[in-house]
Design a protein around this ligand. Structure first.
Ligand SMILES: Cc1cc2nc3c(=O)[nH]c(=O)nc-3n(C[C@H](O)[C@H](O)[C@H](O)COP(=O)(O)OP(=O)(O)OC[C@H]3O[C@@H](n4cnc5c(N)ncnc54)[C@H](O)[C@@H]3O)c2cc1C
Ligand SMILES: Cc1cc2nc3c(=O)[nH]c(=O)nc-3n(C[C@H](O)[C@H](O)[C@H](O)COP(=O)(O)O)c2cc1C
Ligand code: SF4
Length: 671
C-alpha cells in the first residue's frame, strides 16, 4: 500500500485545480497558467536576458502548468516597443528565446509567447521619425495617465496585411525557438484591441464598422498562423477584453460575438481580460486595485465561455487555492491565470499541492510591481513583498557558513523578514518586540483604512513563518542598550521603525489633539465630530477615509498643493487613486491645500494660507498626519558597542513595505 505523501494532501483537496487539461494539442499538467507580464528585463536590444531565464524558471519550478511569456513585439517598422520589453521581429532573437524555452521545459512546464504590436502605444516623446499607428487617426490618447500617443496615423490596408504577415513570421520564429504555443494579444490597449474597440476604430472599409469587420484583423492573424503548415498546428491562444469598458464601447454581448469569430478562425483557447487604459473606469482595470475581490472578472470569463466551445482562461486577482478550486468546479473557466500572485510567490502551485496554504505569500494587490508602467518609468519589475523577484539568483536562501546568535530588536515587517531569512539559513534568532504582538507598530495600521484589508495577508504570512521557524520571540520587551549588552549577541539588528511626527504648533499637546496612528490603532474613537486632519499624503488620506466612514465631518489642512498630491499619488492603478476619487466625491470631506496650522486651542484651529490670510475652523478633534520620525535612540546608543550591527527599515529613513522587506531579506541573507 502506498503511503500518503505531502503532495497528495493538496491534490486531494483541490482535484479540479490539479486535474490535467488541454489547449488544442497541448497537454497541461494542471489548471494554473502564468499570464503574460512585462518585466522590463530585456537587454537593450530587446533580447531575452539571464534575468528572464531565472525569473520564468523559478515559476516553472514552482509547478505552474504553462507560462505565457510577456508581451513581445512582432514588428518594429510601424511600432516601437519601450526599452526593456521583448522583441521577436528578427531571427537574431530566436537563440535567446530558445534558451528560455529550454530552461522552462526542464521543470516540466509548457511555455507560450505573447505576440503583440504596440500600435498607438508609445512612450512619449516617440523616437525621431516614428509616428504611432492605429486603425484610425487619433489625437492625445491616454494610457495610464503618463503614456500618451499624440497624432496617431491610420494604417493603410497594405500595411494591415503586412502586419498580419509579421504575426505569422513571429509565430514561426517562436516555433523555431521551441515554444509550445503563442498567445495573440488582442486585449488591453494595443493594436489588435484598437481594431476591436468601437471608440478607436472609425474605419469605413472592411476593417471597421461591424463586429465582423473590426475582428477581421485578428481573424486574419489567427488564420495566417493556423494555416501555416510549417507551424505544425501550433496552438493559438487569443487574449481579449470581455468588453470595452468606456462609454459607447463594445458590450459583453459583442465580446461574445468577437469570441465566436475568433473560435471560428481556429483559435484553441481564449484568455479573458479587460482594460482600455483608463484607470478611473471601475471594473475595467486590467490590474486591479487592492479593494477588488478575488476573481472580479469572472462574469466576463463565464459569459465568453458560454459563447464558445474552446477552453477559457480566467484572470483577475486570484489568490487562494480554495477560491481557484471553487471557480474551476463551478465550470466558469477551464484554466486560471495567476498573475501578480506568481510574482509574489513563485511556489504557489507547489505549496497548494502540499496543502501548505499558510506558507503562500499572498499578493496584496498593492501594485508596486505595476508602478514602473504607471509612472512611465522604465525600471525592472519588483515585488513589494517578494524581494527575490527579478533577483532570483542573489536572493536564493543558502545555509549560513557559520551559525551565529542573532538578536533583532523590533517586530515590524523589517524585523520579521530578517528573522525569517536568518532562521531559514540556520542562525539562532531572538526577536524582541516592545508591543504585545508582532507587527503592532505600523504594520497593523496598514490594513485599517477601507479597501486595504489585503495588507493583513502580509502580517499573517510573516507571523506564521516566524511561529513555524526556530525563532525565539520576546514580546512586551522594550529593549535598551543595557539589555543588548547583557544578551551579548554575535549580531545585532536594530529594526525599531518610526513613530508619528509631532510638529511644533502651539497647542499641539492639547487634549483635543491625537495622531493618525492613535485613530487607526483604535486607541481613540472619533464619531460624529468635526475633525481637522493635518496632512494629506498616504496616512492622512487613509485616516480621512476611515473617519468619513464613521460619520465625521473632515477638513484636510495640507501645506502642499492639490497638484503635489496628484503627482505624489501618480496616475496609479492601485488603491490610492480610488481613495482620492472617493474622498473628492465625499460631501463630508473638504480639502484645504496651501494652508498651514498656526495654533490649536480647545474647539478650534487657526490656519494660515501661503498668502498670509488667516481663518478659524471650529473643530472637535485635530488629527496629526504629518509623517513619521525614526525611532533611532537604540541604534545611536549602540554605535561601536557590538561588533556586528545592522540598522534596517524605517529607523534608517521612513519609507514603505517594499524597502523594509528588501533590507530585511538582504541582511538576513548576508549574515
Ligand atoms: C497608516 C499607515 C499605512 C501604511 N500603509 C502602507 C502601505 O499600504 N504600503 C506600504 O508599503 N507601506 C505602508 N505604510 C508604511 C509601512 O507600514 C512602514 O514603512 C513599515 O511598517 C516600516 O517597517 P519597520 O519594521 O521598519 O518599522 P515598524 O513597522 O514601525 O516596526 C517597528 C517595531 O519595532 C518595535 N520597537 C521599537 N522600539 C523598540 C524597542 N526599543 N524594543 C523592542 N521593540 C521596539 C515597535 O513596537 C514596532 O513594532 C503605512 C504606514 C502607516 C502608518
Ligand atoms: C507588471 C505587469 C505587467 C503586465 N504585462 C502584461 C503583458 O505584457 N501582457 C498582457 O497581456 N498583460 C499584462 N499584464 C496583465 C496581467 O497579465 C494580468 O492580466 C493582470 O495582472 C491581472 O491578473 P492578476 O490579478 O492575477 O495579477 C501585466 C500586469 C502586470 C502587473
Ligand atoms: S508588488 Fe504588490 S501587487 Fe505586485 S505582486 Fe507584489 S504584492 Fe502583488
Amino acid at each position: 500500500m502506498r503511503s500518503t505523501t505531502s503532495l497528495d494532501v493538496g491534490t486531494n483537496m483541490f482535484p479540479c485545480l490539479f486535474q490535467p487539461g488541454r489547449i488544442g494539442s497541448l497537454a497541461l499538467r494542471n489548471r494554473i497558467v502564468m499570464p503574460p507580464m512585462g518585466t522590463w528585463y530585456a537587454t537593450d536590444s530587446g533580447a531575452v536576458s539571464q534575468k528572464h531565464i531565472d525569473h520564468y524558471s523559478e515559476r516553472a519550478r514552482g509547478g505552474v502548468a504553462m507560462i505565457i511569456v510577456e508581451t513581445t513585439t512582432v514588428d518594429t517598422g510601424l511600432g516601437v516597443p519601450p526599452y526593456g520589453l521583448l522583441r521577436i521581429d528578427s531571427d537574431r532573437y530566436v537563440m535567446g528565446h530558445s534558451e528560455l524555452v529550454e530552461a522552462v521545459h526542464s521543470y516540466g512546464a509548457k511555455i507560450a509567447l505573447q505576440l503583440n504590436h504596440p500600435g498607438a502605444w508609445v512612450i512619449e516623446p516617440p523616437p525621431p521619425g516614428h509616428q504611432p499607428v492605429g486603425p484610425s487617426p487619433a489625437q492625445g490618447l491616454l494610457f495610464c495617465g503618463s503614456l500618451l500617443s499624440r497624432d496617431v496615423r491610420e494604417l493603410t490596408v497594405e500595411e494591415i496585411q503586412g502586419l498580419v504577415e509579421s504575426f505569422g513570421v513571429a509565430a514561426f520564429r517562436a516555433r523555431r525557438a521551441g515554444y509550445d504555443a503563442v498567445e495573440i494579444h488582442g486585449a488591453h490597449v494595443y493594436l489588435i484591441a484598437h481594431f476591436l474597440f468601437k471608440s478607436m476604430n472609425k474605419r469605413e472599409d472592411k476593417y471597421g464598422g461591424s463586429v465582423e469587420n473590426r475582428t477581421r484583423f485578428a481573424v486574419e492573424i489567427i488564420r495566417r498562423i493556423k494555416g501555416d503548415a510549417s507551424l505544425e498546428a501550433m496552438p493559438v491562444i487569443f487574449r481579449l477584453n470581455g468588453e470595452e469598458t468606456v462609454p459607447g464601447g463594445y458590450t459583453l454581448e459583442e465580446g461574445q460575438a468577437i469570441a465566436r469569430l475568433i473560435e471560428e478562425a481556429g483559435a484553441d483557447a481564449l484568455h479573458v481580460s479587460i482594460g482600455t487604459g483608463n484607470e478611473s473606469e471601475g471594473i475595467g482595470q486590467t490590474v486591479s486595485p487592492m479593494s477588488f475581490p478575488q476573481g472580479y472578472l469572472l462574469p466576463h470569463a463565464e459569459a465568453i465561455k458560454s459563447a464558445v466551445k474552446i477552453p477559457v482562461i480566467a484572470v483577475g486577482a486570484f489568490r487562494e487555492p480554495e477560491f481557484v478550486e471553487s471557480t474551476l468546479r463551478s465550470g466558469k473557466a477551464d484554466f486560471i491565470a495567476l498573475g501578480r500572485q506568481l510574482l509574489a510567490d513563485p511556489e504557489w502551485v507547489k505549496k497548494a499541492a502540499e496543502g501548505r496554504m499558510e506558507d503562500i505569500r499572498k499578493c496584496t494587490s498593492c501594485n508596486y510591481c505595476g508602478s514602473t508602467i504607471e509612472r512611465g518609468m522604465i525600471t525592472p519589475v519588483r515585488c513589494a513583498i517578494n524581494p527575490s523577484l527579478g533577483r532570483e539568483r542573489q536572493f536564493r536562501i543558502e545555509p549560513a557558513a557559520k551559525l551565529k546568535n542573532v538578536m533583532i530588536v523590533g517586530g515590524g515587517p523589517a524585523g520579521m523578514e530578517v528573522a525569517r531569512v536568518a532562521a531559514v539559513r540556520g542562525h539562532r534568532v531572538s526577536l524582541y518586540e516592545k508591543g504585545q504582538e508582532l507587527g503592532v507598530g505600523q504594520l497593523r495600521l496598514t490594513w485599517i483604512a477601507p479597501g486595504k484589508e489585503k495588507m493583513k495577508w502580509l502580517h499573517d504570512f510573516l507571523t506564521t513563518q516566524i511561529s513555524k521557524l526556530n525563532v525565539e520571540v520576546f514580546l512586551n520587551s522594550n529593549v535598551d542598550a543595557e539589555a543588548v549588552k547583557a544578551a551579548n549577541p554575535d549580531v545585532l539588528i536594530v529594526a525599531t521603525g518610526s513613530r508619528p511626527t509631532v510638529p511644533p504648533i502651539p497647542g499641539v499637546d492639547g487634549r483635543n489633539v491625537v495622531t493618525a496612528h492613535d485613530v487607526l490603532a483604535g486607541r481613540v474613537t472619533i464619531e460624529g465630530q468635526k475633525v481637522a486632519v493635518l496632512g494629506q499624503f498616504s496616512t492622512g488620506a487613509e485616516t480621512v477615509d476611515f473617519l468619513a466612514e464613521r460619520g465625521n465631518t473632515v477638513t484636510i489642512v495640507a501645506r502642499s498643493s492639490a497638484e503635489c498630491l496628484a503627482q505624489y499619488n501618480g496616475p496609479l492603478l492601485g488603491a490610492r487613486v480610488e481613495r482620492i476619487l472617493r474622498l473628492q466625491r465625499n460631501e463630508s470631506v473638504t480639502v484645504l491645500n496651501g494652508w498651514d496650522v498656526k495654533e490649536i486651542s480647545e474647539g478650534e484651529v487657526v490656519i494660515v494660507s501661503e498668502e498670509g490670510d488667516e481663518q478659524t475652523l471650529p473643530v472637535d478633534t485635530v488629527v496629526l498626519a504629518r509623517g513619521v520620525t525614526p525611532v533611532a535612540e537604540l541604534a545611536e546608543q549602540l554605535q561601536g558597542e557590538v561588533a556586528e550591527v545592522y540598522v534596517i527599515g524605517d529607523v534608517c529613513e521612513p519609507r514603505d513595505i517594499a524597502s523594509v522587506i528588501y533590507e530585511g531579506a538582504l541582511v538576513g541573507s548576508r549574515i
